[in-house]
Design a protein around this ligand. Sequence first.
Ligand SMILES: [Zn+2]
Length: 72
Amino acid sequence: MSDETPICSAKGCRTAAEWVLAWNNPKIHTPERRKTWLACEAHREHLSQFLGVRGFLKDVVKFSEWEEPSTP
Ligand SMILES: [Zn+2]
């Protein structure tokens, strides 16, 4: 296993991640805080929906275009 290859966050999935799902749980996180999940093409929708129905999902970004929010 390599740290260099980002792997999908879906349970049991070992596929390389292609998407970054940025989310925030307002009950436990400050509003600016972003948690991230990684998703392969097959799991992007499933994971987005999981977060979406809870109102946690903020952003879905291509992994190649994702930048960690910089803290000043
Ligand atoms: Zn996956």
